[in-house]
Design a protein around this ligand. Structure first.
Ligand code: ZN
Ligand code: ZN
Length: 348
């Protein structure tokens, strides 16, 4: 397979092909999904976990936060609104991207999983609007969304992700799908956290607890998504050794490193006037997260190994992620020699 050759959208139904796909991309697959006959049976558990996390914004009554809103300082309100719309912008990208990926994978179980992820991104996006609509008028909401669109630091921070997503949109190849996956892990596993830190910091002071409840649900989803996409990447590399090159592994390290730097830079701007969040400590937290993402990808740490320096951000322990203990890479380890011996699952 030439990893640069454009992938075609596959036909909906190919009756001559087996239901159990022969490959995650460019595979032979009938298009029918029988969950009892899939190439990676562990994906059914992960799919179940996604479903069991289901929630929606309207289940959370915003009355307490509405009452508290006026007691926030002007700075807190400003940062609250900026972060809210900026996170909504990230989720706006994620909804169509995940459904687009579903068009190109040839494993029906992954199509279903990407569809559920896409749906959850839509809920996240809505939850930010729900929070906004309970706190400020529409004119203010619109101004804040424009602010998120036009902020040069936000634009710079998102450029890396957007470039990879657009490249796949314009030229859907195996190589570009790999890069999209890596950037998706960065978006879901690193980019949200300066924002999450702010809401949890308010919650530590018993402020805006309904908002932070919603944020914690979003965090739980994002952790699960980042985990799923990292497993998708591992399977992609395992099944397609042409992709499992030193250059691509270096691409993972480089883009994770760049995402970490951009997130630190963003935190330095958005959180600088918030008392009680130590930015150096946050920088270490982002590095801690990056190591975790790399291990989920089956790679080694990029940064010094450390315990979580900001345990109060850790509302949902990673152990809550439905870990796939049995190693479905074992049988294919021959083609996956470039990663570390540890499969990473024990380190989530
Ligand atoms: Zn999301
Ligand atoms: Zn997500």
């Amino acid at each position: 397979m030439d990893i640069q050759i454009p992938m075609k959208k596959i036909k909906l139904l190919n009756p001559a092909h087996p239901n159990k796909s022969t490959g995650i991309i460019n595979g032979r697959s009938s298009g029918l999904l029988n969950w009892n006959d899939i190439a990676y049976p562990q994906m059914y558990d992960l799919y179940q976990t996604l479903l069991s996390n289901f929630w929606k914004a309207q289940e959370i009554n915003m009355q307490d936060d509405i009452k508290q809103w006026d007691s926030l300082t002007e700075t807190e309100q400003d940062v609250f609104l900026r972060i809210n719309t900026q996170l909504a912008s990230l989720d706006s990208l994620q909804t169509p991207t995940m459904s687009q990926v579903a068009d190109y994978v040839t494993d029906s179980s992954f199509k279903a999983i990407f569809a559920v992820i896409s749906q959850q991104e839509a809920v996240h996006n809505e939850s930010y609007s729900y929070i906004l609509s309970s706190l400020v008028p529409l004119s203010e909401q619109n101004a804040r969304f424009d602010q998120a669109k036009n902020d040069p630091v936000v634009q710079k921070r998102n450029a890396l992700i957007l470039e990879a997503y657009e490249a796949f949109r314009q030229h859907p190849s195996a190589s570009n799908l790999f890069r999209l996956g890596v950037n998706s892990v960065n978006l879901e596993g690193i980019y949200f956290y300066a924002g999450f830190a702010f809401f949890y910091h308010l919650a530590r002071q018993q402020k805006m607890l309904k908002t932070s409840t919603m944020i914690s649900y979003i965090q739980r989803d994002e952790m699960q998504h980042a985990f799923l996409v990292s497993q998708f990447i591992r399977i992609l590399l395992t099944e397609n050794p042409e992709l499992n090159t030193d250059e691509n592994l270096q691409y993972i390290y480089d883009s994770v490193h760049e995402a970490v730097e951009l997130e630190k830079e963003w935190a330095g701007i958005i959180l600088k006037d918030i008392q009680g969040i130590d930015l150096d400590e946050f920088g270490l937290y982002v590095e801690y997260l990056a190591n975790k993402r790399l291990r989920q990808l089956g790679l080694g740490n990029l940064y010094e190994e450390r315990d979580n320096p900001m345990p109060w951000i850790h509302v949902f322990s990673d152990e809550m992620i439905n870990e796939t203990k049995s190693d479905f890479f074992e049988q294919k380890s021959r083609t996956y020699t470039k990663v570390t011996q540890s499969n990473g699952f024990d380190e989530l």
